[in-house]
Design a protein around this ligand. Structure first.
Ligand SMILES: [Zn+2]
Length: 422
């Protein structure tokens, strides 16, 4: 299934070569997938070399299966329904009026999922699983979201709560890890196995992939890039310590530099209101306001200095920035300046990207990878009803990066370095 997803269409012979399965095994598996309505034989037939045998191209049937992606962030909640081609076919988005009421959030997510499935009129038995991307700390083994200033004061078992309500398997990760994994498996980082992702919004977050896997750390909290100490920083961070990079290189730091914070320390400020004020400031910066642009540039410089150290230590294949602040040109310019100041050669454009993928879309891609394209495909659920579906050729997943924001075209990549499922 993964081969079909990435190739768009492929013959049985090529599938056998790529998977190292015997032609007989490939034919048997393909026959089952065709019967389940997941794979269709295309109309394109080619002659195979001198022997003149027919090669029928196979492709995924986009409406053959669906997955859901859920984003739970401080203000914004989003639920998307994606088809087997990875295209978003339906979505629901809302701004939370009670960001810290995690029980209410879950109820609303369950309602949104029900509404989306009803409105899209898809066969429920063809929805195979849910991916969740949440701000805050999620234990990847249990799916439990810890209490945090982002999503509420209660511990929530996302996997059980959503899985039992909806009768579907769930994978749940912190948004930064969801984005890093989705970019490495489906995005411009395709085939990259070591990735540093830094998310820049009100605070800084991150995720580090090595060998295609998220580095968890001894306490499962690796990737908390925002709490790296920054020289000369004097403000108190959300973690309670003084001088974290969060307090000089984040969106909140820009608000603080401009005297727009609600409190003197990040730990005391109200995150919902910080997010609202930051959205407003970003909108003003995007109109070319020089004073605000300079503040974002100064903040970006501090990030660049820190990232240069991280880069030197980890030597990743790719650095990805994401988040609303990272989309601002002055911030990226400042980041490059800080990088140069640290004495490193300029960032190789082949190894640096800004990702604009929404975490809900990324979560849907991970769910697709986990529950539809890999061995966890629920054949029994699909066999329950296997109507003959009209074959729809798979579409190439939407591009996430805007090349005009980058210094050079995307690298050519091999499609064979496909990491194992989560
Ligand atoms: Zn901190």
């Amino acid at each position: 299934m993964r081969n079909l997803f990435h190739h768009g269409s492929i013959s049985r012979t090529s599938l056998a070569m790529e998977t190292a399965l015997t032609p007989m095994a490939v034919s048997r598996i393909v026959r089952e997938l065709v019967e389940l309505g997941l794979v269709a034989e295309g109309d394109k037939e080619t002659r195979n070399g001198q022997r003149g045998r027919r090669r029928i191209e196979l492709s995924l049937v986009a409406p053959g299966a669906y997955v859901l992606g859920v984003k739970i962030h401080v203000l914004e909640r989003r639920v998307v329904l994606a088809d087997l081609a990875g295209s978003i076919v339906h979505e629901s988005r809302w701004i939370s009026s009670s960001a810290r009421d995690s029980r209410r959030t879950l109820r609303k997510v369950v309602e949104a999922v029900g509404r989306i499935i009803a409105q899209s009129k898809v066969d429920k038995s063809r929805v195979l699983g849910i991916g969740v991307a949440a701000a805050g700390f999620i234990d990847p083994e249990t799916g439990v979201l810890s209490p945090s200033s982002y999503t509420g004061g209660e511990e929530v078992d996302l996997r059980s709560a959503l899985g039992e309500s909806l009768g579907l398997p769930v994978i749940a990760e912190n948004s930064n890890s969801v984005l890093a994994l989705a970019e490495a498996r489906f995005g411009e980082g395709l085939g990259r196995r070591s990735v540093v992702l830094v998310q820049v919004s009100a605070a800084l977050g991150g995720s580090i992939l090595v060998n295609g896997e998220v580095i968890r750390g001894a306490s499962k909290v690796a990737g908390l890039i925002g709490h790296i100490p920054a020289a000369g920083a004097r403000r108190r961070c959300s973690c309670g310590r003084i001088g974290c990079i969060n307090t000089v290189a984040s969106g909140w730091a820009v608000l603080a530099d401009l005297g727009l914070t609600g409190a003197q320390t990040l730990v005391e400020d109200d995150f919902e209101s910080v997010a609202e004020r930051l959205n407003d400031l970003i909108a003003r910066a995007a109109t070319g306001d020089k004073k605000i642009g300079a503040a974002f540039r100064a903040s970006g410089r501090r990030l660049g200095e820190m990232l240069a150290g991280l880069w030197a230590a980890l030597d990743p294949e790719m650095l990805l920035l994401t988040g609303p602040v990272a989309e601002l040109e002055p911030y990226i310019e400042g980041m490059r300046e800080g990088w140069r100041r640290a004495g490193l050669p300029p960032l190789d454009p082949e190894r640096f990207r800004v990702s604009r993928r929404d975490p809900a879309d990324a979560a849907a891609l991970l769910a697709l990878d986990e529950f539809a394209l890999g061995p966890r495909l629920d054949v029994v659920r699909l066999a329950h009803r296997a109507p003959s579906l009209q074959a729809t050729r798979i579409a190439v997943p939407a591009r996430v990066f805007r090349p005009e924001d980058l210094a050079a075209p995307a690298a050519s990549r091999t499609r064979k370095q496909w990491p194992k499922a989560l």
